[in-house]
Design a protein around this ligand. Sequence first.
Ligand code: PLP
Length: 414
Amino acid sequence: MNTPARTPPTHAPQTQFAVQGGELLVGGQPLSRLAARIGQTPFYAHDRALLARRVAELRAALPAEVELHYAMKANPMPALVGHMARLVDGIDVASAGELQVALDAGADPRKVSFAGPGKRDAELRQAVAAGILVNVESAREIAPLAAASTVLGVPARVALRVNPDFELKSSGMKMGGGPKQFGVDAEQAPAVLAEIGRAGLAFEGFHLFAGSQNLKAEAIVEAQRKSFALALHLAAHAPAPVRTLNLGGGFGIPYFPGEQALDLAPIGAALADIVAEAGERLPHARIVLELGRYLVGEAGIYVCRVTDIKVSRGHTFLVADGGLHHHLAASGNFGQVLRKNYPVVIGNRMDAPAGEPVSVVGPLCTPLDIIAERMALPAAQVGDFVVVFQSGAYGASASPQGFLGHPRVVEALV
Ligand SMILES: *Cc1c(COP(=O)(O)O)cnc(C)c1O
């Protein structure tokens, strides 16, 4: 019997940006015009309308009671954080530096929370002074929080970040379950809760973040259910009623061939159950999700230009003016085990047929500087725009811009 020829997996269609006359439109503008306005390549462009649409779609799919927080480590560009602060219910920061950006952006301190291991005493004091919620990740944080509270005369608002006794299955990055540097192990949580009570901190609830970049709705639902059950169990040990229950996030976006967009419907349905049960068993609690890449990742592109075309032993290399130093994740060096291509196009030849596979590389003198490896792109010329989709999260701020001394990337919100 003949087995049917397997077609190689393809990227999920990138339809969020429109095309006009063969050219990609960003914020309604042709790419070449935007590049002229920005005045250089490479650059990142983030589309405000797409950001707003994503938040609206998510709200439509989830129960109205669920609050959405933006985890700004995904993209800390100040203008973008300002835009997001008006769209979502709160901002999650992971350092005092991010806290400064969030407050400058107009975020309401009552709806800002601070997570991360190794918070410095100075950062904890800044957080107390700002009046934000600190997700306590270690018993060590309790004393400096109590001291800051006494000195400043304001309560130290805290939630306990719990390292759950389960993992988020099928996750790109696991951040809970097993031994982890994040949070307090669920087994140790009752003792730490007692200590929080003795220190007189203003306890407000729990934070559970199991992992990141997950495209399987069932896995996310399972993690949320287990997180909720764990929170119910730990609430009995809490020094005060639970007012906030942050169930994490982990919603992924399709980056690589064969990946498909997350199905929100089962997540919305499961959260409706959780909201209903919380209404009875944790009647004072707000349910919060904190999302980074899911909110901003698909609304941003990275754009660089072809500066040279070389053929080496029959293989064509498009050499671009941007690469790994601006976009580490697209080069495959930000947590990937096997390098795979992000969705890449020639932004001024959107209607042209694909040719023979070519590789797109950056200007760095290292073989790691790859933007696309053996991808069937339209025949390109020097000066053409190489566009990397799915680049709104973990871009500029997650890349080693100092490496090799090339110019820094520009970011625009359009
Ligand atoms: C990184 C992080 C996030 C955001 O993760 P995404 O994959 O971008 O959604 C949210 N919460 C915490 C605690 C994080 O560390």
